[in-house]
Design a protein around this ligand. Structure first.
Ligand code: GDP
Ligand code: K
Ligand code: MG
Length: 278
């Protein structure tokens, strides 16, 4: 199976990649750009791990976001590991939501657990996993702690379908997504919900891709109408509106499963051993 490793910059992707794969890896560039591509083999020798550039969101601002979007549009990925920095969870979850919307099975590697615990964050991995609705394993990629559990979770045969509707974007957008689905004669491989939301955000790679399926004039008209509707009803641009809706969902997740400053001082190593198992 092809498993992709995706996360924000500096979340420990390289450290995790090295921990999950054996020594074998090949290095090249992603097609058309000078961005390094790394593919390694899991220690089980059956599954492949594909390293992607670190990004905060899929909507392309630079070639790195472009590489990840193009990858999701063109390559056949079976599963994904979304690596998160546990000490920067709020910021990291914006990408997670976009991956859930993509619809392929995702497992979260909650990294930097030592940093988060040292800063006094109280984290409930199981509750966080339930809130987000997908498997989650706490890890410390720098030392390798928890990495075997993560490998086992992601390479196991059956993974739950992620909840692509984790964010309810409200009447205007939800109805537009339904109308969007009717514009296709032939359905693409990717989730139309994901394609619609990426298009609404202005992901140029997705818009270009959609022109293979829908006439660009019809696509532009459709896009203008929904942008207008959001401007009228919410007074903001559609990308800001989408960002805000995701933020509301993230805030809810954070309230229920995260950050409560700890009152009792337990030694750090004991806290880590209680939460991150080998
Ligand atoms: P990338 O930019 O996402 O590939 O992240 P790297 O693997 O290069 O890691 C960035 C920095 O964080 C490096 O200095 C790592 O040694 C460090 N790092 C990675 N994982 C952990 C972790 O779980 N805990 C701590 N304390 N540091 C980590
Ligand atoms: K780095
Ligand atoms: Mg790296």
């Amino acid at each position: 199976m092809d498993i992709a490793l995706i996360g924000n910059p500096n979340t420990g992707k390289t450290s995790l990649f090295n921990n999950l794969t054996g020594s074998y890896e090949y290095v090249g560039n992603w097609s058309g750009v000078t961005v390094e591509k790394k593919v390694g083999q899991f220690k089980n020798k059956k599954d492949k791990l594909i390293d992607l550039p670190g990004i905060y969101s899929l909507t392309p601002l630079s070639k790195d976001e472009g590489v990840v979007t193009q990858f999701l549009l063109s390559e056949n990925v079976d599963k994904m590991i979304n690596i998160l920095d546990a000490s920067q969870l709020e910021r990291n979850l914006h990408l997670t939501i976009q991956l859930l919307e993509y619809g392929k099975p995702v497992v979260i590697g909650l990294n930097m657990m030592d940093v988060a615990l040292k800063r006094g964050f109280q984290i409930e991995p199981n509750q966080l996993s339930n809130q987000i609705g997908i498997p989650l394993k706490p890890v410390i990629a720098r030392t390798g702690k928890g990495c075997d559990m993560l490998a086992e979770a992601v390479t196991s045969e059956r993974l739950p379908e992620p909840n692509a509707r984790i964010v309810d974007y409200g009447k205007d957008i939800e109805e537009a997504i339904l109308r969007f689905e009717k514009l296709f004669d032939n359905k693409p491989n990717q989730s139309t919900r994901w394609l619609a939301l990426q298009m609404f955000e202005g992901n140029q790679y997705v818009i270009k891709y959609l022109e293979n399926y829908i006439e660009s004039e019809q696509l532009n008209q459709f896009l203008l109408e929904i942008k207008d509707a959001i401007k009228k009803s919410a007074g903001t641009s559609i990308d800001q509106f989408i960002f805000r809706k995701r933020k509301e969902t993230i805030n809810q997740i954070m309230t229920d499963a995260y950050i409560k400053r700890e009152q009792i001082i337990t030694p750090l190593s004991e806290k880590i051993d209680a939460i991150v198992t080998n």
